[in-house]
Design a protein around this ligand. Sequence first.
Ligand code: RBF
Length: 352
Amino acid sequence: MHIRSVLMAVVLVLLLSALTSCTGRTESEPTEVFRVGVFVPGVVEGSPTYELLTEGVQRAANEKAGDNADSPAVTVKVVEGGFNQALWEQGLTSMAASEEYDLIVSSNPEIPDIVDSITQSFPTQQFLIMDAHRADNPSVHTVMFNQREQAFLAGYFAGLVGTSDMSDREGPVRVGLLVGQEYPIMNNVILPGYEFGVRAVDPDASVDFRVLGNWYDAGRAAELADSMYATGSDVILTIAGGGSQGVIATARDREKYVIWYDTNGLDQAPGVVIGSTYIALDQAAYERTLAAIEGKLLYGEAEVLGVADGYVGFVQDDQLYRRHVSEAVREAQAEIVARMQNGDFYLEMPLN
Ligand code: RBF
């Protein structure tokens, strides 16, 4: 009996030490780990900005991991908040309440309002929010991209296509914008910026603006696109997450065009997606996450990055662009891009 209980004790001690070595932690060792949580307000797949977000954060973590022995290990956990926006506050709150993250990173213009209420209860939790603007919360760093410039570039290109021999349309240019949902930056900045760009080419142009009502329904998006092309649009700018695949499908059937937003979408459907704006959200997320890990990120600061900063642009250096877009259109587009890059032509991003 006695020997058996000694043996049991030995087995227990061995088991326990095996367990602690599995977790790699003992009481005495400091845990040099910087823990990043990424809250995706939606799902990553099919949403250009969220793909850029997770790539950028992961790149910062990978780079730090291979850095030197003194730098902390970095862990990244991605939490998808899903399409039910009523659940986002709960999701973000539980991430903050868990105290599992040194930094929570997220992205979209509605996130600061949610985070403001969370930092009241959890003032030490720090946030990096991309594609958003909030200057007065000392726990939050935001990075906004100049959506007026980005939308203008898409509109200008749409106008050029509509007035070129790529379109067989007579009369004033007509183009479409299909979006997942309405929100202040969409209605007050992106739509007017797109219209401004189209009308810079043809003052009589009209823009057909349609709202899908969600960020995933490709079937419904295909129907909307069909009606847009049927009523005279040659080209549709689509900002609709997974829904954008429906726009591509209809454009292919009808031999019409699509413009992509946020990431280079030319290879999604060569010859159908003929133009693409981009934002370097991945690069900005990478840089700001690295700064946070190094303790250098300025909380309470709100950045706005545009074309002249190199963070917003129009994809030109791509063989698909050269192959499927006429030289006259490419030349005119290159001219406006260059003017924006060198600060000759600047559109200020209106902020609330
Ligand atoms: N864009 C997507 O691609 N997928 C989404 O699921 C998505 N959800 C959004 C939810 C809200 C409440 C808002 C305001 C925007 C959302 N966007 C989404 C748009 C995205 O954040 C960005 O503003 C646009 O891609 C334009 O850059």
